[in-house]
Every structure is written in C-alpha cells, then in structure tokens.
Design a binder for this molecule. Structure first.
Ligand code: BGC
Ligand code: NOJ
Length: 813
C-alpha cells in the first residue's frame, strides 16, 4: 500500500495512516474526528470545529456556527503576531498566505504545520484515550538567523452548554456567562452556581503574560475572528467576562533565538463533580479535578506518550482484520479509512458532523443498529452495550423510539416512533454481534422496555420486534409502512399540504394500509436470522411459527410485490402500486430490489437476477446507483418528502450511497463478481482522486449522498462522514466480495472476486484465534477449504476447534 496519488488538495500517507492536505482551500472543510470514549471533537483542516462531552446538544463545550459566512467559523485558534504579521498555524481564520501549509488528519488526531517568515508552527491536536479533554501541543521554531519577539495568543469560545438554547435564547444567555481565572487556568463556570455539576477549563503548561475571557474585548465588536483587536495590538487586555460571550485566551510574549524551538501544551478539559465537592471557597470552583486531569499531559513528553498510546490502540483495532488484495485502493479503504469511519459512525450515529448540527438528531435507532455491522469486530463490548441501550428504548409492543439522546439514553419524544422498519434492525444487530463473538449470553441480558420498567431478556425484545412486523400487515399481506421505512422520505401516510408541518412527524392517515416491499424483504432476511436464534436456544415452536410467517411473506412478495421485471416499492394509502412500470415517475426503486434479493427472494426463479438487471439498466450511473427513476418532477402529496427534493438530490433520485452496498451484496449472491466490485468502487471516494473538485467532500470517507444523473452537477457529494454507507460498504466488501463472513459456528469463506484477481490474503483475529487466510482464484487442481494443510469439508472454520494460530487456504475453481 504505497501508492501516493497526489491531487490538487492532498494525498494519502498509508505508512502513517494519514491523509495529508496540502491546501487550506479545500472545496469544503475536510474534517477529522477526535475521541473514542465519550469526549469528542470535530476538527477541520484549518482547525475549525467544536468539542462536546457525550452529547453534542446537551453538553457542548465550544461554540461553532453552522451556516456561517465565512464557512467554518469557530475552532481552536492560535494567533501568532510576528513583528506585525499575524497568522495561524492552520491557515485560518486570518487567511494570511503562508509560506508552507500542511494538515495531516490521522486516526484520532490532526497535525498542522504552518510556516511564515522563517517561523515554523507545528500544532498537534488530539483527545487522549479515556480523557475528557482536547489537548494541543504547539511547537514554534525560529528558523531565521535573528532573534524573534513573538506574540502568541490561544483562543477558544465557550458554548453555554446546551447548543440549542445557546443559539436561540439570547435574552437569557447574554447575562449568564461566568468565568474564573487562576494563573494559567481559565475556568468556564456558566450555570455552575445553580444546577450544573460540571465546568470546563482551558489550561497551559507555561506561565502566561496575560489573558482574555471576554469575546468583545478580545475580538472587537465589529471585527471578525480574522482580525481580533487584542492580537493586532499584540497585548492581552486581561478581560474578565461577565455575561455576554465568554472565551478563553492565553497570551505569551515569547523570545526565540535563532534556531530555537519552544513547545507549549494546552488542555481544554471537562470535569464533573459531586454536589458536595463543587466549591473550594465561596464562588470559587474546586479546581482539583482540573489540575489532576492536566497533570496527565502537562509536558511535551507526556503529551507524546499519550499520542503513542492512541497510535497503538488504533493499530490493535485495525489488526483484527487486515486484507491484501491486488487493488491498492480497496486495501487502503478496508484496512484504514473505512474502519476508522465505522468507529466514528458508531460513536456519533447521525448526531454531530459538519452537516448534522448536533442538536437535531441524536442516535438513530435504525442508524445505530446498522452502524454496528461495520464495527463489532473492533470493539465488541461497546457494541454489546449499545445494543442493550437501544433495546431499552423499545416499547412493549415491539415498536421503538426513532432516536435517543446519548446523554440520557432516553427516547426522543419530539420525533417519536412508527417508522416500521425500525424494530427488525434489532435482529440484524444482535445476530451480527453473536456471529462475531460467539457470545450468546447477550440474549439473556435483562432489559426493561421504555414503557415498562419490568426487565425482560434481550431475546424477548427481539421477539417483540419480530412480532411487531409479523402482525402489522396490510391488504396484500405485506408489512405496513407506518410513517416511513428505511427511506424516511417516502411518507405514504403524511398527506401534507402545509409547509409548516414536518414530513418526519406528521401522519394524517393513521389507520392507512400503505405497505412496504422494503420491509417485506427485511422481514424475510432478518426473520430467517430470528429463526436461527430461536433454534439455537431450543425454542423450536417459536422458530416454526416464525418460519410460517416468513413463508407467507415470501408468497405475498412473489404474488403482489412483483412488477414483471423488478420488485415494486410499496402500495400507497389508496392501494396504488409505487415503483411500478405503470407509473409515470418513480417506476423503479433501489431499496426493494436490494432487500428482496438479499433475502433470497427470487434467487431460484430468475426474479432476483431480473431485478438486479433492471437496477443496472435504469438506476446505475458512473458515480453509483441512484435511488429511483425517473426522478419526481413535482410534489406529490401521496408520496411526501421524497418528491420535495429537486431531481437528482437526496432521496429524489440522488445516489443515496447507503443502499448501494445492498445491490453489491445482491450481485455477489448471484455470483456476478465484476458487477459487485464495480458497484463497490463507484461510490468509494478513494477511487475518485481525479474528481475532487466536483466531488467536493473528503476523499477518505463516504458521504451520505452524491448528486445523481438528474442533478445539475452529477457526482457532487454532500453530508460526509455520518452515513450508514460506511458500515454497509465495509460489510459488503469484506463479507460478500472477499467472503470472509462470521457465522454462528465460526468464520465462513465464500468469496466472490473477479477473475482478474489471482489471489488475496486476510489476517483475521476471531474469537481469540488468529487466522492467516489466503484465497487462490482460478485454481485448476485444488478446490475448497484447507486448514493447516488439511482439506476440510464445507467452507467454515469451526471456531471451537481452531482456537489458535492457523493457516487457512481456500481455492476457487
Ligand atoms: C432527509 C433524510 C433524513 C431525514 C431525517 C430528511 O430530510 O432527507 O435523509 O434521514 O430528514 O431527519
Ligand atoms: C438518513 C437517515 O439517517 C436514515 O435513517 C435514513 O434511512 C436515510 N436518511 C434514508 O432516508
């Protein structure tokens, strides 16, 4: 993996597992995520962004302005005043042209190097493992022949904790802000005198020559972040904020001799205290926890040590599965960036990105379940906990809250439930977890329902989920869609003509009969998994009853869900077919083709193949597979939000990347390897290096949506990072293209690779064992599975038998 394809904005450094950005003027801010354990930060390639503790809505530490001009306002800013020339190590917000700029986004850290007038600034930003703090190390080096006298200012702006009210309740906010300054420590204690038991602080390990905590004093009422008046004056004002907008800034008057370097370490930390221990004197906060926290990194050496720990942590995570195929970009994606993104989607769900404000959507029920399929092999214990947390937001009738808040773990009442695909995702998440770990005990774990505190086993939750779908059928025996299924813009019961109503929460036809073919496929697919779970724990009657439901569903799909060449998408509230050749627009949709084929419906009678051929003919284009065709050209009250988007965008015939891997898996199930790989590659940004100007979003992570063929600029991506595409693409590539697939009894090998690949290898840690797998293609003599040189029947490595290091070979004819 050494290919370093340089483009106008940067390149991959596979050796260091970094993406190196070489211009501060990327088409959009290209961001990175910091933090693994509950304290998180988002950081752009010019050090913009914000951080929060657990919940981007309720516990936000620093302010950030979405939708601002200029873009990406607010961040961790360092200002250097070198003899009147003011600049930032990461290029912004001053925008002073630098002699050299580089941003290295790595796994859990970002490093910036800026040079101006023979002064070099290297800024490293990270969140150490298990620490509720962002830490910064700034190294300044005077590369000139003369001594330099430099003014250095740090700067962050506090958010008054609740990001939502912080941006709207100004009549209160402008009076509540409070800070405390003690030496190098600046404390943010807004609302601490009342109900809050937490504060934040910004500290540094070098004695300061001044400080500021009042934004207007530091910036100047009509200045911007690009020209703060205190920095221009090259002298701190020692302002203490009372209300208005509190900030934290340290000031240093530094002298650097020719060739001299200086390193300063900063910490932006968060502390929670017990009510009894909040104060050390009247209105003086108890500083002990802050000082203890900072003591972990208060020298450059300690800082570097934390960076090393983080690096080994990531190495261990990635080492669980490493592949080597003839395709370098495939390897780079699978071995580094896709797994990294999987961790981020697992941690964030759809809550906080540069496109998700962190206040609108918490942890999605369907989103979080799907995110686990790309992440369970990396952190099974965290996944187990997540599955149980999700289970606790389910209601007794099997339905679920569509979202929950990470801080409270409580279902979000504003959005409510009734998205009828939600329950069945629980079975995917749990089955996937057991297949990876062999840990069946999760089924016995006791969890309450949201509306009944009496805890029952997690298995009972899955049963409620299965029955919820099994018993909510419409006139064709297909599942009722409720508010929406996976496509939450296909609102068949909304019927809204009022622009002030939300498509997501409005339901005018509550008792309607609208049915979903996507849920039908989902029910068959995960229902079969439910049957296997029941059989394993000896519930044979339950298994047989479930089987009967599934068989009936398959019959209903074949009878009422087939349009002649592809699967219908739905029936609307009036029983009209959606996704049929008879319709003028929206004749064919991707979701039902993906889910019915993945469920195995029509594999034997040609329907599956016909459906995927139709996908290729009608939906596929260079940048991926669009969601439906033809796009809706006008608003259709019977369909809802899907027809509200302009053609080619989002759910209206955009390439909604999340569902593309479903087709990729379907193709692999049909054995059509070239098509499977081609669909995988089309939406993977790592293959798009030459198209970055059009694609716009980060080349190292998937975006939720790429504009489809009907859009003004096809191929233009939006909403990077937080998308189910990450987990699903990884799952499709590893489990279906490479075919390295965990199953209940062990690791199965069922590759579907193109003839042009002679072989590939996989290093896989699995349930405590370590398998070195080589798959040989086009083999003329040997066939099938060999473990340590011995031919084995079937294609599964039995994990009970092969518990240590084993050499595994698989031959394909
Ligand atoms: C978007 C969907 C999203 C939904 C929920 C819609 O406007 O198009 O992709 O899931 O809102 O917030
Ligand atoms: C984004 C949402 O987060 C997800 O839950 C939904 O399935 C897709 N949009 C498709 O509408």
């Amino acid at each position: 993996m050494t290919q370093n394809t340089e483009t106008s904005f940067g390149y991959f450094d596979d050796e260091n597992k970094e993406f190196v950005i070489t211009s501060p003027h990327t088409p959009l801010p290209w961001i990175n995520y910091l933090g693994n354990d509950g304290f998180y930060g988002l950081i752009s390639n010019t050090a913009g962004g914000y951080c929060f503790y657990k919940d981007a809505k309720f516990r936000r530490l620093t302010r950030y302005r979405y939708n601002n001009v200029p873009m990406d306002s607010g961040g961790r800013y360092f200002y250097i005043n070198d003899n009147g020339v003011v600049w930032n190590p990461a290029g912004r917000p001053c925008n002073t042209e630098l002699d050299f700029y580089q941003c290295r986004h790595g796994l859990g850290y970002s490093r910036f190097i800026g040079r101006k007038n023979e002064l070099e600034a290297e800024l490293t930003v990270t969140i150490p493992l298990e620490m509720n703090a962002e830490v910064y190390k700034l190294k300044l080096t005077n590369n000139s022949e003369q001594t330099k006298q430099i003014g250095l200012f740090s700067f962050i702006e506090w958010c008054l904790w609740n990001a939502q009210t912080d941006g709207e309740n100004f009549q209160r906010n402008l009076s509540t802000g409070e800070v405390e300054v003690d030496g190098n420590f600046i404390f943010h204690k807004t609302e601490y005198r009342e109900r809050r038991n937490h504060y934040a602080f910004f500290a540094c390990n070098k004695d300061i020559d001044g400080f500021d905590t009042d934004r207007e004093t530091f910036v100047g009422m009509y200045n911007g972040f690009n020209n703060p008046q205190v920095v221009s004056a090259n002298k701190a004002a020692n302002s203490v904020a009372h209300g208005w907008s509190p900030i934290a800034s340290h000031y240093f008057n530094l002298q650097l001799a020719a060739g001299q370097s200086e390193e300063i370490v900063f910490m932006l930390g968060y502390c929670e205290l017990s009510r009894e221990n909040k104060w050390q004197a009247l209105n003086q906060i108890n500083q002990t926890p802050a000082r203890e926290l900072f003591a972990h990194v208060d020298t450059a050496k300690k800082f570097d040590h934390q960076c090393k720990r983080l690096r080994s942590y990531w190495q261990e995570c990635l080492d669980v599965c490493q592949v080597n195929t003839p395709d370098d970009r495939f390897n780079r994606s699978i071995n580094i960036w896709n797994q990294y993104q999987n961790m981020v989607t697992f941690n964030m769900s759809r809550s906080a990105s540069y496109y998700e404000s962190g206040i609108g959507r918490g942890m999605g029920f369907r989103d979080s379940h799907q995110d686990t399929i790309g992440f369970t092999h990396i952190a099974p214990a965290a996944v187990r906990q997540r599955l149980l947390d999700l289970s606790a937001t389910q209601k007794q009738d099997g339905s679920a809250y569509h979202q929950y808040q990470p801080l409270t773990k409580k279902g979000n009442a504003d959005i409510g439930g009734n998205f009828n695909d939600d329950p069945m995702w629980m079975i995917l998440g749990t089955a996937n977890y057991i297949k990876e770990t062999g840990d069946w005990s999760i089924l016995d774990e006791k969890v309450p329902f949201d509306d009944n505190s009496q805890a029952v086993s997690h298995f009972e939750h899955l049963r409620a989920a299965f029955n919820h779908t099994a018993n909510k059928l419409g006139p064709h025996g297909l599942p009722l869609i409720g508010r929406a299924d996976w496509n939450d813009c296909l609102n068949l019961n909304c019927y809204s003509n009022d622009p002030n109503e939300s498509f997501q929460t409005t339901e005018h036809r509550k008792d309607s009969v609208a049915e979903s073919l996507m849920i039908a496929g989902q029910f068959v697919l995960y229902g079969q998994e439910y049957v296997r779970l029941c059989q394993h724990i000896g519930m044979f009657e339950e298994a047989n009853a479930a089987k009967t439901h599934i068989e009936k569903m398959i019959t209903a799909v074949e009878q009422y869900g087939w349009d002649g060449q592809w699967f219908l998408r739905a029936y609307d509230a009036d029983g009209k077919a959606i996704g049929s050749h008879k319709n003028a627009e929206g004749k064919i949709f991707i979701e039902s083709q993906g889910f019915c084929v993945m469920a195995g419906i029509g594999l034997e009678n040609g329907k599956a193949q016909s459906a995927l051929d139709a996908v290729e003919e009608h939906l596929a284009c260079d940048f991926g597979i669009v969601l439906q065709q033809p796009a809706f050209s006008r608003y259709d009250i019977a369909l809802g939000e899907i027809s509200s988007y302009p053609p080619g965008y989002k759910e209206n015939a955009g390439i909604f990347c999340h569902n593309n891997p479903w087709i990729c898996i379907g193709e692999a199930m049909l054995g059509r390897a070239d098509k499977a790989l081609s669909y995988y590659q089309r939406i993977n940004p790592i293959y798009l290096q030459d198209l970055q100007q059009t694609h716009k979003t980060e080349p190292y992570v998937y975006s939720q949506m790429v504009a489809g063929k009907d859009a003004a600029i096809p191929g233009e991506a939006k909403n990077s990072w937080l998308t189910g595409t990450a987990a699903w693409s990884y799952y499709a590539a590893v489990q279906y293209i490479l075919g390295i697939r965990p199953d209940y009894q062990g690791l199965s090998i069922t590759p579907c690779i193109p003839k042009s690949w002679p072989s590939f290898t996989v290093q896989r840690k699995f349930r405590g064992a370590h398998y070195q797998i080589s798959v040989h293609n086009n083999s003329s003599d040997k066939q099938g599975l060999y473990i340590d040189g011995q031919a084995i029947a079937g294609n599964t490595i039995d994990s009970a038998k092969y518990t240590e290091n084993h050499v595994v070979e698989f031959y394909i004819g």
